[in-house]
Every structure is written in structure tokens, then in C-alpha cells.
Ligand binder design. Structure first.
Ligand code: ZN
Length: 244
């Protein structure tokens, strides 16, 4: 089983009528709902309004893949928690950052850049599948079309992705690196651009397939117990003799 924690700041989806209409039980509940149909996944939800932002050590220590949706509350996530998440990614935990999570502290920490981008509400998007043999694109056709989605445009201030899976195109002609993969330490990172809070994006079957695929892709073989460190090594002669 893959232990997945779906983390959502859960601010607009309990206070803004336009968001509640699309996600009446919260964005996290919608994501947990479709992931829960996959019998290999063990899903738990966590929200920022819970004690320790819903991520006390016992939750984080039992998470193989963390999904992160956030928008208004980035600044209120404690730096200490960001450091703990970063440490766990470096030891092997997978992390998937959705849409406005581009400005989350944890994404900026993992990327080392501002992660800024160009944006405009109320556009439409064609998400081109430019890496169809990638495991995250399994089951996706030539493109995914979204009637309503926020435009996110280049330049997206990120380090070059290790792998690019999707390229977004918008009505204004803007393009965007919409599905990006990186390795950080022993962990895998996936950023996926669609998912504006007033758009029904997470109800779209193709979007659900991509996020489910990304969980399987990001799931680690194992998570190293100790922090990454620089161990002292024996002399070459001793290593060679011991392995004779
Ligand atoms: Zn948005």
C-alpha cells in the first residue's frame, strides 16, 4: 500500500461561496474521493486549520506521497514544518504540488527559486501531452481540454525540470510548463498546474488520472530513516580485502 496524505489549506473552500459550490466538501475531499478508488492507495486528509497544520510527526512519518493544494495561507505554514517536509522528501517521500502551490514555502524551498509566473483568471486551457511514454501520462491522449481554467504563463521561475510531461496552452496564446518532474535527494517532486479553486478541474477524469499516476510515480521504494549525511569510508585496501 502507498500511504498518501492529501493536504489542503482549506480556506477558500470553507469561506467563499464560489468555491464551495464547486467543492462542497473541500478540495481535499474531492481529491481523496477519486484517489480512494485505487485499491493500492491508503488515503488520509490533512488541513491547515488542524493542530500542527494537520501534519504532526506521526502523520508525516507515515506518508509516502504528500499532495499539496494551497493558495492564501502559504505564509502561515511554519518554517519548522517546511524543514521537516523538505527533510522527508530528501529521504525519499514523494510530493505533488498542485496549481497555486507554486508559491508555497515547501515548493520554493525544494526549487530554490521564486517560482513566480504570469496569471489571469477566466481562460481555457489545452494541456498537451508531450511525453506520452512517461508513467504520469499513462491513459492520457494527445491533450486534456479544460473549458475553464486560470491562465498560468511563462516565464515560470523554476529550475529546469528533470522531465517535462505536459505543456499548457491558453486562449491568450500563453504557454506554460504544466507538468514538471524533479528529483530532490531520494524523493520525487511533481508540479501540476491546473486546479484553480473556482474551476471544476479536479472533477475532470483526465486530471484525476494524471494525479493518480503521479502518486504511483512519486511513491518511494523506501524512505531512509536517517537524514542524508556524509559517512566516512574505509581505505580502498580494506574495502577490497573485505569483498574478496
Ligand atoms: Zn488559481
Amino acid at each position: 500500500m502507498i500511504n498518501v496524505t492529501v493536504w489542503n489549506e482549506h480556506i477558500q473552500d470553507k469561506s467563499d461561496e464560489a468555491v464551495i459550490k464547486v467543492y462542497p466538501d473541500g478540495i481535499n475531499a474531492c481529491i481523496a474521493g477519486f484517489l480512494g478508488k485505487d485499491e493500492e492507495l491508503n488515503i488520509r486528509c490533512a488541513t491547515q486549520d488542524e493542530p500542527e497544520c494537520g501534519l504532526p510527526d506521526e502523520v508525516l512519518d507515515n506518508t509516502d506521497v504528500l499532495i499539496w493544494w494551497a493558495h492564501c495561507g502559504h505564509a502561515d505554514v511554519p518554517d519548522e514544518l517546511v524543514s521537516k517536509i523538505q527533510d522527508r522528501v530528501l529521504r525519499g517521500m514523494g510530493i505533488i504540488l498542485l496549481h497555486s502551490a507554486h508559491y508555497s514555502k515547501i515548493f520554493q524551498r525544494l526549487m530554490g527559486t521564486t517560482c513566480s509566473l504570469k496569471w489571469r483568471e477566466g481562460d481555457r486551457e489545452r494541456i498537451w501531452n508531450i511525453n506520452p511514454n512517461h508513467p504520469i501520462a499513462k491513459g492520457i491522449g494527445e491533450f486534456i481540454y479544460l473549458d475553464v481554467e486560470e491562465m498560468y504563463g511563462e516565464r515560470f521561475d523554476i529550475p529546469q525540470p528533470d522531465e517535462l510531461v505536459f505543456l499548457g496552452w491558453f486562449g491568450g496564446g500563453e504557454v506554460f510548463r504544466s507538468g514538471c518532474c524533479w528529483n530532490r535527494g531520494l524523493g520525487k517532486v511533481f508540479y501540476f498546474q491546473p486546479g484553480h479553486e473556482t474551476s471544476p478541474t479536479f472533477h475532470n477524469k483526465d486530471i484525476q488520472t494524471v494525479i493518480t499516476n503521479a502518486v504511483h510515480w512519486a511513491a518511494p521504494e523506501k524512505i531512509q530513516a536517517e537524514p542524508i549525511d556524509a559517512p566516512w569510508s574505509e581505505s580502498p585496501e580494506k574495502i577490497l580485502n573485505e569483498n574478496k
